[in-house]
Write a new protein. Sequence first.
Length: 120
Amino acid sequence: MNVQFNYNNHAEAQALSHTTEQKLSSLKKFIGTDQSVLCEAEFDKVAANNKGAIFQFSVNLEIDGAMHRAEAVEESFEAAVDEVRDELDKKLRRSKSKKDTLGKKAGRALKRLISRGDQG
């Protein structure tokens, strides 16, 4: 997965690009190999002070036209990346589950149609 980063002039965020790519690569199990994927990640500092939850990380993940967005504001960029990765994992699991359920439902309906057609 190719990740496009936007750092908004934060040197500490640029140092995290490799770690961020590794953490987001764990989502490949939901993406597959033959799909078009666009991943944009943005690091930002949302407050002028130096205490509290001031570091924001957001990701836009587009998989075959479906947009998945997650963002987190935490006390460090590392914590924000972990939070976003967990949120995207949850969203992609739900999406995959919905697709699987829809496929099973269609298969059951087709099976019912075929069995009714054989009866007469």
